[in-house]
Write a protein that binds this ligand. Sequence first.
Ligand code: PEP
Length: 248
Amino acid sequence: MRQPLVVGNWKMNGSRKLTVDLLDSISNGIDAKIASEVAVCIPNVFISLATETVRSTNLTIGAQTVSEFEAGAYTGEISASMLEDIDCRWVIIGHSERRALYNETNEALVLKVLAAQQSGITPIFCVGESETDYKEGRTFKVIESQVTALLNNAMVSLDNLVLAYEPVWAIGTGLTATPEEAQEVHAFIRNLLRERSVELADEVRIIYGGSVKPTNAEELFDQQDIDGGLIGGASLDANAFISICQKA
Ligand code: PEP
């Protein structure tokens, strides 16, 4: 049985005040009866404040990227052990914005996954096809190359890993894959995981991202291999985010 997981991605939004207010509102709306695990990935500068704010709640805090290196002359970078030191539990790795805007390659992303796992932080590894790939029927080919780049590294552990399927054309656009389309890709990813480990493949959570809203969350989360969501825009609205968490 996989516990559903809902992860908010605030991207580069927020302030000290918004961090405290929004996390307070979300944690107040998520009571002990909620079945899903809930995390919020926020800008690094607010993580310490955030972990203090959610200390006695069901919410946990994550980051949105991490360095692949442990320490040293990497000006501007933040290491996984630094994130762990401030109680950060999760890190999004390979979000399509990082891949596209900062040229993050599969090779570097796999090193980031290893760095996170070695520090006890759970990586949320994102994969997804572009609009052109989708329209030209290359979805499965792209997903396979992104997932196998990760799984071919024998040091990557399936024990402490979340995968996120985010069709790039659905991120922030209001467009969403149909539940059936998304399920087909999630089942495909789980089969790739089975090639590594039949037992662990059924335990890895694969979450869906791309314009998830309170109105479409339920039908997506109802699918057998969709274990929750990675939520961008709607995670900045406490009521919408709480409603999505309740549907997971
Ligand atoms: C995201 O940025 O990961 C995302 C899914 O964004 P949105 O929900 O706004 O499409």
